[in-house]
Design a binder for this molecule. Sequence first.
Ligand SMILES: C[S@@+](CC[C@H](N)C(=O)[O-])C[C@H]1O[C@@H](n2cnc3c(N)ncnc32)[C@H](O)[C@@H]1O
Length: 214
Amino acid sequence: MSKANDEYIPALSYRFLTPFYDFIQKYIVRDVRYKALLIAQANIQAGHHVLDLGCGTGTLAIMAKQTRPAAEVSGLDADPDMLKVANYKSAQMNAPVKFDVGFTNKLPYPDQSFDRVLSSIMIHHLKTPDKWQTAREVYRILKPGGQLHIIDFGKPVTWYGKLLGPLLHKFEEANDNIEGKLPEIFGAPGLKTEILGNFWTFFGDLAFLKGEKV
Ligand SMILES: C[S@@+](CC[C@H](N)C(=O)[O-])C[C@H]1O[C@@H](n2cnc3c(N)ncnc32)[C@H](O)[C@@H]1O
């Protein structure tokens, strides 16, 4: 089994593609649609402390802040170049979000400090040991009653997703996703997890996961 590590896979696998990230997300992956659904699922309230895990260029975190301006929203990502774009967008859109550089397997936040942890298409970037360690970290930083909401590759449900499944399976980091293991991994530290739905994309079937610290 591979080891947990402090390296990360850039958003589009290769750094030279980073400037095209938002364009691809918007026009090919239709990210705003599933991010809006994830935010609705999270039911963020005024005063909530919200973290976007692996926030990339900050689209989800900014949308969360725009949806619930009285929530305090943070975003964390390992890639400072992505966070530069996130900070620029947040200032342009007058949606203040605190962006932090960091790794999901060692979150720089105190125990029980967030009401909601959101994450969009990031978990499939993590090797298996990092997924398990990230699950422990998410559990640690969630308040009692706090919730985790993930949208990421899941067990294929459409014929198209099933066709792509074997291709995605070639990427070690995506295997747990395609095999439907995310509820088990994020449930292990103590969250009550369930899959609430799916979303078709050109790159494969995504699944909406909810976890609650009961
Ligand atoms: C496909 S992008 C998704 C970005 C954003 N959540 C979105 O939906 O547009 C994956 C992001 O995860 C970040 N990432 C990968 N491994 C990470 C890790 N171990 N810790 C923190 N961020 C990580 C990458 O830098 C990248 O910005």
